[in-house]
Design a protein around this ligand. Structure first.
Ligand code: HEC
Ligand code: HEC
Ligand code: HEC
Ligand code: HEC
Length: 204
């Protein structure tokens, strides 16, 4: 029986080595790919990932760390000042598919005059001087190979709260992923509300 244990050990060792290698390689390519938030879907339908690392990360739902955000934006302070989600920052959510992440211009609507000596607010001005946008890291969003098309507007029209899909963001400092927006989560609610459960409602 000893050879069996040996084979098992060997298998585990090889699997671990492959996973580690995949993660290492994957993190490099993700750094290059995710920062601008672009999706690079294949024109032909394939759920294939660009690298083993990407497949492993998607499988385990591994996300970038909140510390990687370029500015420690606090939702809590803004919500306490009665600035609601869609009026200045996520204006797209109520009217279109994409909620939108505010850039330098939206921040400066207020921060030309408010809290200008706060170190994180000074960073906004620095981005403006360099004529760069703030390189926010995404917190939600699907990998391109999942071919998901999501639309905010029909949900807001149907009275679904932001917190159903994103948690209590008003209580958060830097936003973290609080809800797993997997297919089961979407389809369960669609069944309850008699919304479409056809594959092409959510996939392209
Ligand atoms: C509609 C106005 C408004 C917009 C737009 C806005 N802010 Fe603010 N921000 C405020 C107010 C009000 C405060 C609280 C200031 C205070 O307490 O002195 C604040 C505070 C802050 C602070 C300091 C937080 C703290 O811990 O005291 C930071 C950092 C900040 N905002 C970053 C941003 C960034 C980045 C953006 C763009 C993504 C942005 N803000 C957009 C109004 C705004
Ligand atoms: C039914 C679920 C649902 C509701 C309700 C919802 N969202 Fe979303 N939201 C999503 C999904 C799914 C994504 C990712 C979409 C994608 O990548 O195509 C997303 C993405 C976002 C993003 C971009 C996040 C990132 O990291 O890039 C913002 C900002 C956002 N939503 C804000 C809002 C706001 C504000 C509301 C309420 C007005 C809201 N959402 C309501 C599901 C929802
Ligand atoms: C809390 C309930 C709920 C959740 C969770 C939810 N949806 Fe929906 N969805 C709805 C409702 C209600 C509608 C509106 C149906 C209508 O207008 O007839 C809708 C509409 C849609 C539409 C437009 C469909 C059409 O035919 O125009 C898409 C696409 C969609 N949802 C995708 C998703 C995806 C992807 C997720 C998971 C991230 C999701 N939904 C999560 C309730 C939900
Ligand atoms: C209400 C929206 C919705 C409907 C309807 C839906 N899906 Fe999905 N599906 C999703 C979302 C969202 C994901 C991404 C989940 C994730 O990445 O965690 C997904 C993921 C998948 C994946 C895995 C893709 C990958 O590579 O990660 C497959 C395969 C899939 N769906 C097939 C189907 C099929 C087949 C149907 C029809 C029977 C269907 N889906 C209907 C929302 C939906």
């Amino acid at each position: 029986m000893r050879w069996r244990r040996l084979v098992l050990r060997l298998f585990l060792a090889v699997a671990t080595a492959l996973l580690t290698l995949g993660l290492l390689l994957g993190w490099w390519d993700s750094a290059a790919m995710d920062t601008d938030g672009t999706r690079q879907a294949s024109p032909v339908f394939t759920p294939e990932r660009p690298s083993l690392g990407a497949a492993v990360r998607d499988f385990f739902g591994i996300q970038p760390e909140p510390e990687r955000q370029p500015i420690a934006f606090t939702h809590k302070v803004h919500a306490e000042n009665r600035i609601d989600c869609t009026s200045y920052c996520h204006t797209g959510a109520a009217v279109g598919p994409v909620a939108g992440i505010p850039g330098v211009k939206q921040c400066l609507i207020c921060h030309r005059t408010i809290a200008t000596d706060h170190p994180d607010v000074e960073k906004i001005a620095t981005y403006e001087e360099r004529d760069e946008d703030i390189p926010w890291q995404r917190v939600y969003g699907y990998p391109a190979p999942a071919h998901v098309k999501f639309q905010h507007a029909p949900h807001i029209r149907a009275g679904v709260n932001c917190s159903t899909c994103h948690g209590e963001v008003e209580q958060m400092t830097v936003a973290v992923r609080a809800v797993e927006l997997n297919m089961g989560f979407c389809v369960d609610c669609h069944r309850q509300h008699k919304a479409s459960v056809e594959c092409i409602a959510c996939h392209y």
